[in-house]
Design a protein around this ligand. Structure first.
Ligand SMILES: [Zn+2]
Length: 151
């Protein structure tokens, strides 16, 4: 127990509700051995006595640690192949057969044949996959199949 008995008028540490700090307070009212009301020496506000935080509160910090959630496995690859990806694979497999010097420079007014090699200013080398009427053709480029105009 506390050796010195508190009594009204004594100065004690208390949490001030207005200053929101631990400050010196003068005891205003007591019930038996317990301080019930205090007056803040700083703001002179009279309020119920709130004891200063104890060591207990320091333990709260440890509770915050949570074991990290189990790592999510990378998203499963869908069984269906990405069409663009299969186009790229096809292009890559055809690439060794492509002879750039035999490629026809793409021109929307040009005429092309299936399996003909095309050199496009933007898409690069491509192979004509299909001729579509009217005046369109599907060409396989490194980035995938493009629909181009032709004669
Ligand atoms: Zn105060």
């Amino acid at each position: 127990m506390i050796s010195r008995k508190l009594s009204a008028g004594d100065i004690i540490d208390a949490r001030c509700t207005r200053c929101r700090e631990i400050l010196n307070h003068r005891i205003v009212a007591m019930v038996e051995d317990k301080v019930v009301r205090v007056e803040c020496n700083t703001c002179n506000g009279v309020h119920n006595y709130y004891p200063p935080p104890t060591v207990k509160e320091a333990r709260v910090a440890e509770v915050g640690k949570e074991p990290s959630a189990p790592r999510k496995t990378s998203t499963p690859r869908s069984l269906k192949k990405d069409p663009t990806e299969s186009d790229r694979e096809e292009w890559a497999s055809l690439k060794p057969t492509m002879q750039i010097d035999r490629a026809k420079v793409y021109d929307m007014n040009g005429s092309f044949r299936v399996n003909g090699l095309i050199l496009h200013s933007v898409f690069g080398l491509g192979v004509v996959k299909q001729l579509i009427v009217p005046n369109k053709m599907q060409v396989l480029f490194q980035d995938g199949v493009k629909l181009l105009r032709c004669q």
